[in-house]
Write a protein that binds this ligand. Structure first.
Ligand code: SF4
Ligand code: SF4
Length: 172
């Protein structure tokens, strides 16, 4: 069985301090984050379990966990937490560690990233879902077309610079 790594915990706490976020130690396992989690309903992500593992120093296990990639980034866990802990931000930091280790991100994320880099949106064709579950083109509903990025190369340069800053913690 793997052992907790204290230096990993210290490093994560330092990263959280830089972002102005509280320590995972503040989490008292009330599970309010999990009870409101959108990904819990469909994909069984349990943010309170991620927090418990991180608090105990099992950060490498969490970095390697597929569960992290189920998070849809809705920020409900952060809103619901009575301790002002932010499971979603902690999961972003864990995902950054995964990427920094040189491994490739799941396919769907690559598609979203590619779309973002080329048109500014994570999804190219943005259709509208009605309350009966049917999809409609925006033009069908008389809605204006969504304009993409006007200067793609400038946009890509900016996004790449931000990504390097976020992932490597370096200002470029
Ligand atoms: S809501 Fe906050 S305190 Fe409660 S389990 Fe989740 S992270 Fe911990
Ligand atoms: S941000 Fe992620 S972990 Fe938090 S409630 Fe939403 S889906 Fe769940």
């Amino acid at each position: 069985m793997s052992k907790p790594v204290k230096t990993d915990t210290k490093e994560l706490e330092r990263e959280l301090r830089v972002l102005g976020l509280g320590s995972p130690d503040l989490c008292f396992q009330c599970s309010r984050c999990t009870s409101g989690c959108e990904a819990m309903k469909l994909l069984e992500l349990q943010p309170h379990f991620v927090m418990a593992s991180v608090r105990s120093g099992f950060i490498r296990e969490m970095v390697n966990s597929d569960a992290l990639w189920a998070c849809v980034g809705c920020y409900k866990c952060r809103e619901r937490c009575p301790q002002n802990v932010s499971p979603v931000e902690i999961m972003y930091l864990l995902k950054n560690k995964y990427v920094r280790s040189g491994r490739s991100i799941p396919g769907d994320y690559q598609t979203m990233l590619q779309n973002l880099m080329t048109c500014g949106f994570i999804q190219k064709n943005i259709e509208v879902l009605d309350n009966k579950g049917n999809l409609h083109e925006r033009s069908e509903l008389g809605l204006p077309e969504i304009e993409g990025v006007s200067d793609v190369s400038k946009f890509m340069e900016l996004i790449s610079r931000l990504a390097i800053e976020k992932i490597c913690g370096e200002r470029v």
